[in-house]
Design a protein around this ligand. Sequence first.
Ligand SMILES: *Cc1c(COP(=O)(O)O)cnc(C)c1O
Length: 457
Amino acid sequence: MKELLAEAAVRAAKYLDQIDDRPVAPRAESVARLEALGGPLPQIPSDPAQVLALLDDIGSPATVATTGGRYFGFVIGGTLPAALAANWLAGAWDQNAAMQVMSPVAAKLEEIVQDWMLDVLGLPPTSGVGFVTGTTMANFSGLAAARSALLQRSGWNVEEEGTFGAPPFRVIVGQEVHVSVLRALTILGLGRSRVLTVPADGQGRMRPDALPPLNSNTLLCLQAGNVNTGAFDPAKEICARAREAGAWVHVDGAFGAWAAVSPLYAPLSDGFEDADSWAIDCHKWLNVPYDSGMVVVREPEHLRRALSWGSAAYLTQGSGREPWQFTPDASRRARGIELWAALRSLGRDGLRELIERNCRQARTFAERLRSAGYTILNEVVLNQVLVSFGSPEETQRVIAGIQADGTCWCGGTVWQGHTAMRISVSSWATTNEDVERSAAAMIRIAKSIKKQTEFDS
Ligand SMILES: *Cc1c(COP(=O)(O)O)cnc(C)c1O
């Protein structure tokens, strides 16, 4: 075991060492070689060292270098050194985080992380927190708590009676709602098309003037951090109205919630702390390994009730917080370990610095591209940049060119009718040099494609 783990460490360190010198997307030949991992399942056991070698030799070249400094697709963070190291130790521990009695250390770390998180994110300190796979499951869990609470107000016990014949309540989302919220509403039997959709402004923010009247029979879904523009719904005004009306406010704050850790960006998230439930990703901007997210609910009882098990005699209840009561899973990996290591190693200053640096780097991208004559389509308020390189076809060709070049990686989108490339700066590993090198590559490729287009016509 000892030699094997040492070998794994050597291979992993080599992978990370070389990540700067390889194309961000894997070469087609490397992806094609993955076939070598298949074939019929061997009849007889293999030496673990050989299994590891095969995995590394064939698998590593076919990875996407998302954990390096020049991956700007979707919203994807890397892995902080302390979080990765803790993840390895956690792998050796192999703890089941479902119950205190199964793993006192996992349960304790969750309690510690819960307190630290609520503190740094500026959320109510007595909230309930569940450690889930990501924001999709966090949205699901938070909205399940909302459904339970709203139906309880109408005298309906959804846990016992289900949704058959339940009294209806209104669900309101913004025009720019993330698909994961609609997906959660779908699974919860609330319907993705039945929602009322509030129009958004040019940055994708919910328009408060277009908000229908709210009441205590309303579930209102807000967004902190639009996946394209990084914009925040105006929570100050909307949450005040929701509070007065007694509506339940759920916030999708996958990456935007982290703005609260910096005095420079906290004004963006002003007012969101008045909501009732929040969904937050940790594998994005906190830069811990996949998979990791949090659901936060102001009144823990709603979350606990919504996710409760019926009873089973062998599942004992310890005193204090039982982790399983706050997540939809039973057995699961102990995500709190890496979260603890990430926060403990960054400290408040490191966390603030990470968020501020990525936001500054996003502005640098926007400046470089704008100076080169390209159009920035969004107000760069956070870590997201949308750029157009001309016509939709030109922009698409530039995106394809950038992906093939391999210096960095960005994806495309259509923002309010405009074809655009998305740049998301979310990694601790991104240096200013990575940004300059990537911006230079983008401009070089865009220029050569422009020349080619002119030549062709
Ligand atoms: C990424 C993201 C999600 C989904 O999160 P997962 O961790 O992929 O499940 C939801 N909402 C927003 C705004 C996001 O950026």
